[in-house]
Design a binder for this molecule. Structure first.
Ligand code: AMP
Ligand code: MG
Length: 313
């Protein structure tokens, strides 16, 4: 496990690790983040692996330069601009329509992306030096307290990541406020910027309903998870797309096949999952069959996602 106190050399090293697809924990003004290049799907899969989340969740993408915002989002409307002017850099995360340069795993398949420009000088310097947007959830395993000091990160996930930048205590120690402004402004998570201050800038803000959140994840096409070893012959007259874990022995019954991993690697499968699902959902097929995935490590999160698609929740 490697820990470096903040210095410009430490930042250079951390930035090159991120550029090459590694994981670096770094301080922000809210909590310590577990950072990976937002443009590298396998690095993002590794973030989920280290967090041991039982499901995929969209990550916040951190930027240090306003030019990045234009690249990552389809539109930045006047409300967004007002909020940015008032609260960035700082602990306000904005959910905006995502552009295609971001891999789908970063947003867990959603068409929107959560973005924030942190104000912590170490975070800003690292993101700038890396030259890529940095996806970073809190640097703790799922279900544990968020880390506000480098030692928390060391104890919780230290041995599993490439580097920790120790920049002292996080000044706020409280997560960012998450506001969806892709449609009607909606508060998704209360955090360091009080909702009252947001209302002063853009007027009324709705509080999120968890039901709506769930619906936004669903596929249009029906999906069925096959039983272990089941070949899955398509029903008469139906065009079926197969979501395969590994290359299938026989692909002839299917209209199309999306292979998640050539070598049967769970990290690679996770990295490809959401783009494969999007392609299947858009294709000229009636039904999706999904092969079961071994439920260890990232396999559990993949299966959770498939079950949710099957239940149409
Ligand atoms: P954390 O990973 O602990 O920083 O938390 C990130 C928060 O942002 C979670 O509550 C996510 O559900 C939320 N979030 C991230 N991206 C999106 C998105 N595209 N739409 C809605 N919520 C998001
Ligand atoms: Mg968290």
């Amino acid at each position: 496990m490697r820990v470096l106190k903040y210095s410009s050399e430490a930042i250079k090293e951390a930035a090159s690790i991120i550029k090459e697809g590694g994981l670096v924990a770094f301080p922000t003004e809210t909590v310590y983040g577990l950072g990976a290049s937002a443009l590298n799907p396998e690095a993002i899969a590794r973030v989920f692996e280290v967090k041991r989340r039982p499901h995929f969740e969209p990550l916040i993408v951190h930027i240090a330069d306003m030019m990045e915002l234009e690249r990552l989002c389809l539109r930045v409307d006047d409300r967004a601009k007002k909020l940015i002017k008032e609260f960035w850099p700082g602990p306000l995360t904005l959910v905006l329509p995502k552009s295609d340069i971001l891999p789908d795993i970063v947003t867990a398949g959603l068409r929107t992306v959560a973005i924030r420009m942190p104000s912590h000088p170490v975070a800003l310097e690292l993101i700038r030096e890396a030259g890529v947007p940095v996806a970073a959830p809190s640097a703790n395993p799922s279900g544990y307290l968020s880390p506000t000091e480098a030692s928390h990160v060391m104890e919780q996930i230290g041995p599993e990541i490439d580097l920790i930048i120790d920049g002292g205590k996080c000044p706020l120690g409280l997560e960012s406020t998450v506001l969806d402004i892709s449609e009607e402004p909606t508060l998704l998570r209360a955090g360091a910027v009080p909702i009252e201050r947001i209302k002063e800038v853009i007027g009324e803000v709705k509080i999120s309903s968890p039901l709506k959140e769930k619906r936004r994840y669903s596929l249009r096409k029906p999906l069925k998870i096959l039983k272990n070893g089941e070949a899955g012959s398509p029903p008469e007259g139906m065009k079926v797309g197969l979501l395969a874990f590994k290359p299938p022995a026989d692909s002839t019954p299917f209209e199309m096949v999306e292979v998640l991993s050539l070598s049967g690697d769970l990290r690679e499968a996770a990295a490809n999952l959401f783009s494969s699902l999007h392609r299947l959902d858009k294709a000229e097929i009636d039904l999706i069959y999904a092969e079961p995935i071994p439920e260890t490590g990232l396999g559990r999160a993949i299966m959770e996602r498939l079950r949710r698609a099957e239940d149409k929740k």
